[in-house]
Write a protein that binds this ligand. Sequence first.
Ligand code: ADP
Ligand code: ZN
Length: 731
Amino acid sequence: MSTQEYFDEGELVAVLTTQPLDRTLDYKAPEGGCFLGAFVEVPLGPRKVLGVVWGPGQGGFDLNKARSVIRVLEVAPMREEMRVFLGKVADYTLTPMPAMLRLATRAPGLGDPPSMRKIYRLGNTEPDRMTDARTRVLEVLRDYGGLAFTLKELAEQAGVTSSVVKGLVKLGAVREEDSPRDLPYPHLDPDLPGKELTEDQAAAVAKLQEGQQSGSYGTTLLKGVTGSGKTEVYLEAVAEALRMGRQALVLLPEIALTAEFLTRVEARFGARPAEWHSGATMTERRRVWQMVGQGDAQLVVGARSALFLPFRNLGLVVVDEEHDTSYKQEDGVQYSARDMAVLRSAICGGRVVLASATPSLESWANAEAGKYDRIDLTSRFGAAILPEMRPIDMRAEQMQPGTWISPSLRQAVRQRIEKGEQSLLFINRRGYAPVTLCRACGEQIACDHCDARMVEHRFLKRLMCHQCGETKPMPEVCPSCGVEGKLAPVGPGIERLAEEAEATFPEANIAMLSSDLFGSARALKAKIEEIAEGEADIIIGTQLVAKGHNFPKLTLVGVIDADLSLHGADLRAAERTFQLMRQVAGRAGRADKPGQALLQTFQPEHPVIRAILSGDEEGFWKAEAAGRQAAGVPPYGRMAGIVLSGPEVGPVFDIGNAMARNDGPLRDIGAQVFGPAPAPIARIRGRHRVRLLVKAPKGAPIQDAIARWIAPLRLKGDIRLTVDIDPQSFY
Ligand code: ADP
Ligand code: ZN
């Protein structure tokens, strides 16, 4: 492809903007001309909008009417590799290009010139008079060894008012400096000594590095039990990328859990990497975006959207916990960060490492098929061994109504408390109780806007809808029959389990870990660190704890309801249960104490439960793969979910029916359409939802067929249509 790289002043250029238009717009290049890929500000009606020079203008109209680009922004032009990547993601996910550009420019103030701001660091005098507040400020500065803060960050972190900091500046205990707004990230040194690797680990590193040195694209599935040293291994791949002068990106699923990871990066490379996630401040996001683009950030640790940062020379993407469902974005651009990491690396000649103890069936199948390399780390590091896994057959336990901790589990927890070890009680349900039932009329309190029951959250003292987030106070009387005092919680959530644990183990120190119980990611991090240091006898946790954090004193995991996720209609229900149970069990016995995992189940003979208990992973995958192959579903077939939604159910169904009738473009590629049917959650935020499922043979051009299928639709009124290619959840 030969494209013009530079446009002289007055020449017509096509500009892709972030505005929802279905085409690029023509403008005249500004004074001084502009490069292909330049970020520009252009007039659109009365407004100024952000855009990127996408190619030569299309023309075909009176040139005198063309408006000029207002200015070229002072950031590096978008590279060709990125333009190609955005185009391919758009094609793959059937997303309009402006939405792709928005995803690639999610940093505020890109057009602002670099400016100065005040920063604060540790001074060299001690104040004569210390107060608690002053001590906290100085502790924060010491804890972060040499790091500078803005006034707001420092005051927030220390929990003091800004006048306390200002007071310390006057006394010389804190230094105030001027600094450019966007600083390069400190240099990471790949040649600092790393840990001494085991033979297995060293072999894995050698294989990864050999691939990297080839300088071409390749994906490796790095499979290893929790604690086998996957992180140690891929950090050496990061080191190799840095030595080669290339940038690296580590994607993590639950950004709240990166505190420990960042410390490990710092220990390995001598400095902290750039961080990209939704909790980062606007200033921080802007800095990351700028520095990644100018090559002054060697390593980014981030959430899925970090994949759309303007890397100059991306040599490695690590997707840690690659099976994690949070890599799939479910709204807006519906993309899978894992799959798009592979796509981006294929374009820029980089390597991908997919790390997991329990890979997705997709990645397992790609490795089987030889598309990915596979490296296995089979033993845990040091003396740590995999926990012993046993079922607790709930049919044989004497349970009091309204309790969920069986006598067998109770006894196991008691033993740990006596030995000063930690236990984790796992339940994958937030809130107090999933259902609130009126014992007089049978009414279950539901959300007014969604087809979902409200979940009681005692911690927040409210009922909450987990679909739309709507909350309301707990009613005194039943909203349906008006009888007072008959509303009762049914079933357990994490809060109710904690209540039971407190009553059962009054002497124990109990900590609850659920994403909604903490005001900020920072508070959550602090709590996790406290727990890791042994500040709890019993941890009550949701899925949050299943993800990659080390609790060295943890030796028992009790799974309250191992059957819970087996019953989904989701084609991945078995896979998800298998992964989740193994991940949770893997939390136990990481240091030098052997661990045990006890799974409470009503169906110990269920094949999935049996596979979990026996640890026969390859057997489980082979069986699961055979089942999916027979059904022609992913990864052995392709799927897409179409959701139509609108305020009235009738018209939404009418469109769905018309689509099902006019399925010519789908039949052309041998695809089938199922539905329309009410979506599993038939109403969200007052909108009725109707779903069609498209199933196509593997390798069929499903995007193209769907694009042709939906092109003639004219959606009237407030009806919306979304397409989800490779859907991960079916709701
Ligand atoms: P995974 O990512 O597979 O769960 P980690 O890399 O987190 O495993 O390793 C588990 C623990 O063992 C960590 O605390 C890690 O620092 C330690 N560890 C792993 N390999 C080594 C090694 N070769 N030398 C020292 N410590 C190691
Ligand atoms: Zn709702």
